[in-house]
Ligand binder design. Structure first.
Ligand SMILES: [Zn+2]
Length: 295
């Protein structure tokens, strides 16, 4: 038995979880690979603490597929106590103050399935936060990133490009920018000296006044996933936009149906949970029962 590092596989795991893990949090991930010994080359590091793996892209793909499947598991299929004592110790050692919610019996509504909460929009604060009431307390949901999460998942399901009525003219594109646009499915034709015409754009951007800026942003790099994040961010309701109760309720319901409602694609948390029990504790409600306030 020997401990080794595999920076490539580490990176694969981190990238596979980048759009679902909160920023600056790192997953603990157990991956069991059955690899024939002759596929491992030990001559990478004098202390043999790193290896070369033959057919690395194949193993990276296996890990990606496994993580994607694991992310789709709902809480209902998780065993009540999935962790052996050894694994439990490992989790504790790896992050002393971290709290890992592995049991569905957890009482806090913040840890219950977001999709199952009965949320009722009751107000908007600072034209940025939706105040939503539920039977055990209230949530504050940031409107921009909740909407961004909805749009991002739609774009992941279908990166839909539509024809533009009037092509958008781009100028001074570098070879790298042209290649980047092509890579995400946006074809551009040469339109004269240092000019190009884009005849298609992502559906969400096509009707926007800033479609040109958006295409330039997309041409500046990143993979398809980065383009989806940028497009979702640009198209999502801005903070500072007034919303009616009906609009807020609709947004909440669509957000609750997303696969990963907890974090936005940049890794920020989407909601803050204020549990009624925590409020009662804060207001020292137990001090006054039956006395001056009668509640
Ligand atoms: Zn954003």
């Amino acid at each position: 038995c020997r401990m080794i590092r595999s920076p490539e596989l580490e990176q694969t795991i981190i990238s596979a979880l980048a759009r679902t893990c909160p920023r600056d949090r790192y997953p603990i991930c157990f991956v069991h690979l059955r690899i024939s010994p002759h596929q491992i080359d030990w001559n990478r590091h004098p202390a043999k603490t790193e290896i070369y793996l033959q057919d690395l892209p194949f193993w990276q793909e296996q890990i990606n597929v496994a993580i994607e499947k694991a992310l789709q598991l709902g809480a209902e299929v998780m065993p009540e106590s999935p962790l052996s004592e050894r694994v439990g110790k490992l989790l504790k050692a790896s992050e002393k103050k971290g709290v890992y919610h592995t049991r569905k019996s957890d009482e806090s509504s913040g840890d219950r399935e977001v999709g199952l909460m009965e949320l009722k929009a009751i107000a908007q604060l600072h034209q940025t936060y939706i105040v939503a009431e539920h039977p055990n307390g209230i949530w504050l949901i940031e409107q921009h990133i909740a909407h961004e999460r909805i749009l991002y998942e739609q774009l992941c399901d279908a990166w839909e490009l539509v024809s533009l009525e009037t092509p958008i003219i781009l100028n001074n594109l570098s070879a790298a920018q042209l290649e980047q646009l092509e890579g995400i499915g946006i074809e551009v034709d040469s339109f004269g000296e240092q000019l190009w015409a884009a005849r298609k754009a992502p559906l969400l951007l096509a009707q926007r006044d800033d479609c040109l800026d958006a295409l330039i942003e997309l041409s500046k790099g990143g993979d398809l996933e980065a383009a989806q994040v940028a497009t979702a961010c640009r198209s999502a309701i801005r903070n500072g936009t007034p919303l009616s109760l009906v609009e807020m309720q609709d947004l909440l319901e669509r957000w609750q149906k997303t696969r990963n409602p907890r974090t936005c694609p940049h890794g920020r948390p989407i909601f803050l949970n204020l549990e009624e029990t925590a409020l009662a504790r804060f207001f020292r409600r137990h001090w006054v029962i039956g006395k001056s306030h009668r509640i």
